[in-house]
Design a protein around this ligand. Structure first.
Ligand SMILES: NC(=O)c1ccc[n+]([C@@H]2O[C@H](COP(=O)([O-])OP(=O)(O)OC[C@H]3O[C@@H](n4cnc5c(N)ncnc54)[C@H](OP(=O)(O)O)[C@@H]3O)[C@@H](O)[C@H]2O)c1
Length: 305
């Protein structure tokens, strides 16, 4: 069956504006690789880059933005508040802005609902003597969200959202929020489709974003025979099926690559039929797996954690 390719859609955000449904991921993109990856992506049609302070490559991502020649106003740029910065959101945003060499972000996310000690033994991953995470137990995500609302109000960022929030954590945040998060970025792929969470987010007009859509590093999804069959049917790669799956279910998808051919390939989307979607929606029943599982030692409200 010849593949039916579709254009990259954009989804409306509740704060106004819209977000391209495919963005380039930049986690684990090494120094010396990510500037080129961002430049290649933007020159080949990407208009959305997903960054984060903790990836420690924001400055190089910024160089890629400039090298592409694509006007800043045409690019949707995301960064994320790291766990040790929950008490100083404005300072953290300003650091990321300086790193990227830009004066606003299109989207700023609370990276994890886990405040860590800002004065601990490490600026990013502080630990207690027993080796466990040094959490900032006096601070709540509701306090953090107030500061997120303040940077939105100031115009430093155009939209605010969250990442790694379960329905339970969303409920806690929404109990005091004045502004509803525009997005929630979570791990999503056929082994972890999180159908209930996505239905909940859509009911609140919150756009779901899929991270690790290919299963992250050394992924078994890329060798899955049932997914390969769908790819063969359409004459495309397994990567294309995994990325298209999210767009076909109305989810923003963030594939990471530093390989030119894959960066280009990952922006080609196919229309999947009902049978394909049924298969992909059901694989988790026998092959369920979460790949990204830091040992926060805290109840995040995800059933499989
Ligand atoms: N909010 C969060 O907590 C969070 C957590 C994880 C990830 N994220 C975001 O989501 C992005 C994506 O997630 P991820 O980086 O974990 O993993 P991913 O996008 O699922 O997979 C990336 C891996 O797949 C390879 N790859 C890329 N395209 C491919 C293709 N078409 N065929 C075969 N292999 C392919 C990449 O290799 P090469 O690069 O060598 O090509 C890399 O090893 C991150 O970069 C980050 O922006 C956010």
């Amino acid at each position: 069956m010849p593949a039916q390719f579709i254009d990259v859609p954009t989804y409306k955000l509740s704060h106004g504006g819209s977000i391209p449904a495919v963005g380039l991921g930049t986690w684990q993109s090494k120094p010396g690789e990510v500037e080129h990856a961002v430049e290649v992506a933007l020159k080949n049609g990407y208009r959305h880059i997903d960054g984060a302070f903790v990836y420690r490559n924001e400055a190089e991502v910024g160089q890629g933005l400039k090298a592409s020649g694509v006007p800043r106003g045409d690019i949707f740029l995301t960064s994320k508040l790291w766990c040790t910065r929950h008490r100083d959101v404005e300072g953290a945003v300003k650091t990321s802005l300086a790193n990227f060499g830009t004066d606003y972000l299109d989207l700023y996310l609370i990276h994890w609902p886990v405040p860590l000690n800002p004065n601990g033994n490490d600026p990013l991953f502080p630990k207690l003597e027993d080796g466990s995470r040094d959490k900032d137990t006096e601070w709540s995500i509701n306090d953090t969200w107030k500061q997120m609302e303040a940077v939105l109000e100031k115009g430093l960022v155009k939209a605010i959202g969250v990442s790694n929030f379960s329905e339970k954590m969303m409920g806690k945040l929404l109990s005091t929020a004045k502004v509803v998060p525009a997005v929630n970025q979570v791990e999503l792929h056929p082994y972890l489709p999180q159908h209930d969470l996505i239905a909940y987010l859509k009911s609140k007009n919150i756009v779901p974003q899929a991270y690790s859509p290919l299963g992250s590093t050394d992924s078994p999804l890329l060798k899955d025979e049932e997914i390969q069959q769908i790819a063969d049917k359409h004459g495309v790669s397994v990567g294309t099926v995994l990325i298209s799956y999210q767009v076909n279910r109305g989810v923003v998808v963030l594939p990471k690559s530093v390989t030119e051919k894959r960066i280009v390939d990952n922006l080609r989307l196919v229309k999947l039929d009902d049978g394909d979607m049924d298969t992909l929606n059901s694989l988790h029943k026998t092959k369920g797996k979460r790949f990204i599982k830091p040992d926060w030692n805290v109840d995040l409200g995800f059933e499989d954690w």
